[in-house]
Design a protein. Structure first.
Ligand code: DC
Length: 230
């Protein structure tokens, strides 16, 4: 079913938000979901949970075959708890653990493995099948939900994204410098854009929003306005 040929009523009520690291996808998607009473699906958190499982297994990060097997056995779910979205890996709440620098490093090679992407896309489609979902990631508009009601590609200047990420890290007690964060984000962008499978790119029918000089409220309201105008 393509968006062009299907009646609007058959298009799943999905808001797809893609973009590079630090563009504000997660906070924006969470707030849009809250205001519209939608579910929020943070697909990056799912890849992070799997990377944590790979690290715990002691599996080398270049062993694609074993990483693929680990993905087949993994049960990754996102639940809405009283303190926001919780990430559950094989029955354990790993919400806080998946934001560690070790997991952030490991997730890049892990999410490049074909079997990992197949398994995650399957779980993501299942989670979004009933609609009423804001889904964010890198390949949502291009691969996971190409028929989404609306697709947003969220970007911001590298220096602004690094500044926002550094503030988040500092709030969590991390002492990373702006230069370090900028280098890490640039490297993650490069690998996300250049990988063979489901690379980060703007879908042809996605709307580009540059948040560099937008306030948080402005970007949330703009996406809701675009969605309700469809
Ligand atoms: O959004 P994030 O930083 O939490 O994502 C973690 C990693 O997962 C990121 O390096 C890219 C990858 N990812 C992906 O490949 N596809 C998605 N749909 C979401 C995230």
């Amino acid at each position: 079913m393509s968006q062009d040929s299907s009646p609007l009523s058959e298009v799943p009520e999905i808001i797809a938000i893609d973009g590079p690291a630090g563009a504000g996808k997660t906070t924006t998607a969470r707030e849009i979901a809250r205001r519209l009473d939608f579910m929020h699906l943070d697909t990056g958190a799912m890849y992070r949970a799997l990377a944590l499982k790979v690290l715990r297994d002691g599996c080398p990060l270049d062993d694609a075959e074993r990483i693929g097997q680990i993905a087949q056995d993994a049960r990754v779910a996102l639940l809405l708890g009283e303190s926001g979205q919780r990430v559950i890996l094989d029955g354990e709440d790993v919400t806080d653990l998946i934001r560690s620098p070790e997991v952030t490093q490991a997730v890049t090679p892990v999410c490049e493995v074909g079997q990992v992407r197949e398994r995650m896309v399957e779980l993501q489609r299942l989670a979004g099948s009933s609609g009423g979902v804001v889904v964010e990631g890198r390949d949502i508009g291009t691969v996971v939900f190409p028929d989404a009601r609306i697709k947003i590609f969220l970007i911001a200047d590298l220096s602004e994204r690094a500044r926002r990420r550094m503030l988040e890290l500092q709030a969590a007690g991390n002492t990373a410098t702006l230069d370090e964060v900028m280098t890490q984000i640039a490297e993650r962008d490069r690998r996300d854009q250049q990988r063979d499978l489901a690379p980060l790119r703007q879908a042809a029918d996605a709307i580009l929003i540059d948040t560099t000089s937008l306030s948080f409220d402005q970007q949330v309201e703009e996406i809701i306005r675009l969605y309700t105008a469809r």
